[in-house]
Design a protein. Sequence first.
Length: 301
Amino acid sequence: MTLNLARLHETFAAEISGVDLANPDEDALERIASAIDEYGVVVVRGQTLQNDEQVAFASRFGPLELSVTRYRSGTKQRIERKEIVDVSNLDENDRPRAMNDRLRMLLLGNRLWHTDSSFRATPGALSMLYAGVVPPEGGETEFADTRTAYETLPRALRNRVEDSVAEHALMYSREQLGFTDFSQEERDALPPVQHPVVRVSPAHGRRALYIGSHASHIVGLPVPEGRMMLRDLLDHATARETVYVHHWRVGDLVIWDNRCTMHRGKAYDESYPRDLRRVTTSDIQARSTLDMLRERRSVNM
Ligand code: OGA
Ligand code: MN
């Protein structure tokens, strides 16, 4: 099988074909890792991945996070493996969740531009989202290139953000939609954290904006001032020229690097099932994807 790469957008995102992710060889893994470092978003179509296979593939690239949907004891889960985030609209009987279902409302926050787990002290590195069932229309996922966004900032704004630090909280992103149903246990488990607004990509040294819906304000600025700055940055980063729209097909695995992209889900008719499952690696050492793959290989052998 020959592995091919085709660009999907002028500035980022690529599709790789000719690989079976349930049985990838080491060469294919290296090429996928390099493509993630270079393009930020990598699409692989036509896969059949069981939960265990998706977890096994993702764990080659780093330790895996646990979903925040697991933080509340007693929540009924459709998927056993705790590394898998169930981003479907289905309940434990595989039926579409009710409009006011708590998990549905928690996941509605995915429709705001964000970067996965920026509300954690050790945030998300790579996310890998697999499509098992897709609705007939809508439900696309949009991606924004935050490296190009940084590079095209007006100079004055770029200078202002250079040393800025933002505070991020899951509670903040959810409160924006009026969702506040968190227990004290959940609030204690996820206190606000701080991250620089500009991140340097470990692979190529390019800078990227690190913002999104969890970012509530800028440390050291009056809250309205910092919040306005974050809005201006978000508008700039999500202009049409820096956005790739992914139209899902069954069997797609889309991998993105949360350190240099943002994303959001689009609405769809939720009487149809949409079964997407995500696994996310933890950015434990802020290493490039290729370095992380190589390091984990030497540890596992
Ligand atoms: C995610 C996410 C958006 C979507 O899984 O992290 O934001 O389109 N998903 O389901
Ligand atoms: Mn997400």
